[in-house]
Design a protein around this ligand. Structure first.
Ligand code: TXA
Ligand code: MG
Length: 321
């Protein structure tokens, strides 16, 4: 069942997204927990609400192939698949376009971006009205089942997600098929879904391999390379020697920053959502000053702090490799 909602409801949802709020919205696969993919604070709020201890990359939903081409670099295979299966339950993982407006947090710092044009009329209506990509993981609390009805979304989030668009039960009920590409542009099945390998192979006229464990986006080896700034990361530090950079959280003592080459603060007010939204950009900005090392203030291990600490620990580990 696919319900079309009153235009007014769609406009309100798009307005909430523009204001940085999250919206539960139906797609043909499962309900998504949607936020403005170009707004790192909104994306941080998605991670916070889902309660995931790590930043995993999210799918950015766009209304058309043209909108997708502004965000990712399509090779010939990707273009063929998009033409054949969009709008629909197919996600393409592509190199991010240099002019992509999608924030780095939505990509979890990866150089690639996952893109999908959903076919559900409510999702499409919101995407057209909003005019920006919507980052949306499945609208469930981490570890729970993906929701296929608005009632299931409300059961997980209650008052914490005031806007849930009810577009009826999802017709597919299974997450999208994810196709990525190796460095030679060869297609790889990254997640099985409603669109089968046979359909993808028939479309491209070639066999598709399944990704090996070492290619999995969440496997430490692959992620670590992207997670590490050039300068070694020193965590839980209240000190910053000459030539080093300091990344603060909350008030920074004068003794801490006195010798620092450069100082940035993830959040003056110890707001973890703000801190998460600044994490990638601040690490990159500090690294650009070529410090001898980057010292990072302790981040509390609660809420989004777990995901921030996970990301920092991976970075610190990689900088020691
Ligand atoms: O059907 C769907 O795909 C639903 C609806 C809401 O669109 N969304 C969904 O999102 O299942 P989520 O966040 O639960 O799953 C996204 C998957 C994750 O397995 C993630 O690792 C992968 O997409 N992914 C996202 N960006 C990626 C990237 N740059 N490289 C590799 N994998 C990526
Ligand atoms: Mg999920």
């Amino acid at each position: 069942m696919r319900e079309i909602l009153p235009h007014n409801t769609i406009v309100k949802a798009a307005y909430a997204l523009t204001a940085g709020q999250l919206v539960g919205l139906p797609t043909e696969t499962v309900y998504g927990l949607g936020g403005d993919a170009t707004n790192a604070q909104a994306v941080a709020a998605i991670f916070a609400l889902k309660g995931r201890p790590q930043f995993n990359p999210l799918i950015a939903h766009v209304p058309t192939l043209e909108a997708a081409q502004a965000q990712g670099i399509f090779n010939a295979h990707a273009f063929k698949l998009a033409q054949a299966f969009w709008p629909g339950p197919l996600t393409l993982v592509l190199p991010a376009h240099p002019n992509s407006t999608i924030c780095e947090l939505a990509r979890a710092g990866l150089p690639t971006i996952a893109l999908r044009v959903p076919s559900h009329p409510v999702a499409l209506a919101v995407l057209h009205d909003f005019g920006r990509p919507i980052a949306a993981p499945s609208a469930n609390i981490s570890g729970r089942l993906s929701p296929t009805t608005a009632t299931a979304v409300r059961a997980d989030f209650g008052d914490q997600l005031p806007i849930v668009l009810d577009g009826g039960a999802c017709t597919v009920g299974l997450e999208s098929t994810i196709i990525g590409f190796d460095e030679h542009g060869t297609p790889i099945l990254m997640r099985a879904g409603f669109i089968t390998r046979t359909q993808v192979e028939a479309c491209l006229g070639m066999p598709i391999r399944t990704h090996t464990h070492s290619e999995a986006p969440t496997s430490p080896g692959q992620l670590l390379k992207h997670y590490a700034p050039r300068a070694p990361l020193i965590l839980n530090s209240h000190l910053c020697p000459h030539g080093a950079a300091y990344l603060g959280f909350g008030a920074i003592a004068h003794e801490t920053s006195a010798n620092a080459k450069t100082v940035l603060n993830l959040s003056n007010t110890e707001n973890l959502i703000e801190a998460a939204s600044n994490l990638f950009a601040h690490l990159r900005a500090l690294d650009a000053h070529h410090p001898t090392s980057i010292h990072v203030a302790p981040i509390p291990h609660k809420g989004l702090g777990d995901a921030i600490n996970d990301r920092l620990m991976r970075g610190a580990f990689a900088s020691n490799l």
